[in-house]
Design a protein around this ligand. Structure first.
Ligand code: G3H
Length: 261
């Protein structure tokens, strides 16, 4: 058993405006309390749309809630003439602890290369945001048995130019693209295979301390009825949850199942 804290992150994607976000976070907080979960048993993070962050910050900080929050993307640029971009420093100022980088939906929609992802990682790290770096294969790579090599290649290229000393506390989310939003979940064995491969590559490239300290999540159709088996897999330290995180009570039930209470 590792001493890495179980991390359950709910990526709301483009769901819940700022008023719905307040209600959802409040209901989640109450449901977590009812489930007798606290930060000694797991870390719970909500990742709402940018427009919700100030409202979530006000609620979390005002009521001293133990859950944390983050953003779904970040600019690789520092503030300036970058229309539509969101700077890492702005997210840090809003109290974000985490930022998702390289989500497959961003990689696809914006033709985001590993080089751009690496630049975003550097921007996040430069402002003390913990990146949740997303990697994972498509169905083609899986069917052709190239899923491990592809995913490790994405990992290496996305971490290019980043020193081991900057990777303390890094979070990596293995999200097989074919399992996202499809109801198709990778098996616990699939998740364990990739998590072990990722941890092994981190050890090779950055040393045992970085490998041991990195939390590796699984994402892709995680639900209350499958989360316990997935997070019990060796080298899996939590889940990046999409659809099943949109309801506060349902996400709290998923967290409770993950903790095994
Ligand atoms: O960021 C979350 C992942 O894309 C998984 O989404 P999902 O749980 O709706 O499949």
């Amino acid at each position: 058993m590792s001493d890495r804290t179980l991390l359950l992150a709910g990526n709301w994607k483009m769901n819940h405006d700022h008023l719905e976000a307040i209600a959802t976070v409040q209901k989640l907080a109450w449901a977590l309390e009812d489930a007798k979960l606290d930060d000694s048993s797991c870390e719970v993070v909500v990742i709402p749309p940018f427009t919700d962050l100030r409202s979530v910050q006000t609620l979390v900080q005002g009521d001293k809630l133990w859950l944390r929050y983050g953003a779904q993307d970040v600019s690789r640029h520092e503030p300036g003439a970058h229309t539509g971009e969101i700077a890492a420093s702005f997210l840090a100022r809003l109290g974000c602890a985490y930022v998702v980088v390289g989500h497959s939906e961003r990689r696809a929609d914006n033709h985001e290369t590993n080089e751009v992802v690496a630049a975003k990682l550097r921007a996040a790290l430069g402002h003390d945001l913990t990146p949740i770096l997303c990697v994972g294969e498509s169905l083609a790579e899986r069917r052709e048995g190239r899923h491990v090599d592809f995913t490790l290649g994405q990992l290496e290229e996305s971490l290019a130019g980043i020193e081991a000393t900057d990777l303390t506390g890094l979070v990596i989310a293995y999200e097989p693209v074919w399992a996202i939003g499809t109801g198709e979940t990778a098996t616990a064995a699939d998740a364990a295979e990739m998590a072990a491969a990722i941890r092994g590559r981190l050890a090779e490239r950055y040393g045992d301390a970085v490998a041991a300290g990195t939390r590796i999540l699984y994402g892709g159709s995680v639900k209350t009825d499958n989360v316990a088996e997935i997070v019990a897999a060796a080298d899996v330290d939590g889940a990046l949850v999409g659809g099943a995180s949109l309801s506060g009570p349902d996400f709290a039930a998923l967290c409770k199942a993950a903790v095994g209470k």
